[in-house]
Design a protein around this ligand. Sequence first.
Ligand SMILES: [Zn+2]
Length: 298
Amino acid sequence: MAPATTDNLLVEPDTGFWGPRTSTLDWCERNYATTTYIAEFWNTISNIVFIIPPLFGIAFAWRDRVDHRFIFSYVGVILIGLGSSSFHLTLHIFSQMLDEMSMLWATSFFLYCLMETHSKPRSNNGSLIQILYIYNAFASLSYIIMQEPLFFQVAFGTLTVIMMVRGCYVAMSQDCCRYLVWYPMILYFTAFVLWNIDNLYCEHVQRLRDSLPSPLSVLTQLHAWWHVFVGIACHAQIQFSCHSRSIFLKRHCTIWTWCGFLPFLEIHDDKQPSTTNISTQLANQSGKETKCRLTKEL
Ligand SMILES: [Zn+2]
């Protein structure tokens, strides 16, 4: 995942299986340091967070018969993971564009879900779909042709700001799960801090990395940690959006977490929540079935 930034060039040979680096961005992990087949090893494999959780999200969404827009959102997160891993794998300009454009398209899926939180059951907003499609297509094609990062940053940033404003509106306009509001925000903020430390203080981070023994040095791969935190945040954000939609539709639902950090929505329209594996009930905010109820941890 590569939020565009200043060109962070490192004095490195850039040699390996994928040839010379052609991307305009490079990161604090030393290129081809772990294996000659992967330019940035930890930055590449950490993208698994964008791929595995959404696969479970799709399965549960299908089971619970939620709107297909949420499945598209999960697919968008997977696309981010694939684009980002291809970028960090090769450090080629084309894969960098794939990474950045996948972020744009996935964000538009997130935005559409939030915009349609209060729409009629099983309805689609054709006009909004067309607007988002034209916007993304225009931004993507322009970026490919002009290769102007600033133009793309503005296009992506605009979409992100609209999404955040809409998310705040949804959170304030109805009863919602506070845990699902704050959790992704905290994760995004933590990731943003790590991303900046990695970019601004790369030399210090590398010096610390060199001073640590092998298992511990992995902890200093801050861009990889950025992937992990943002990947979980994207997942939690979809849960928030889907949960808010379920509340609006008056569907009975609960939230459970995998290992305490990966939330999943469970909808049970025709039955009571499962009592198996219920160990905690951490956030029953009101006692009403449709509100946030964190029922179990696996
Ligand atoms: Zn990245």
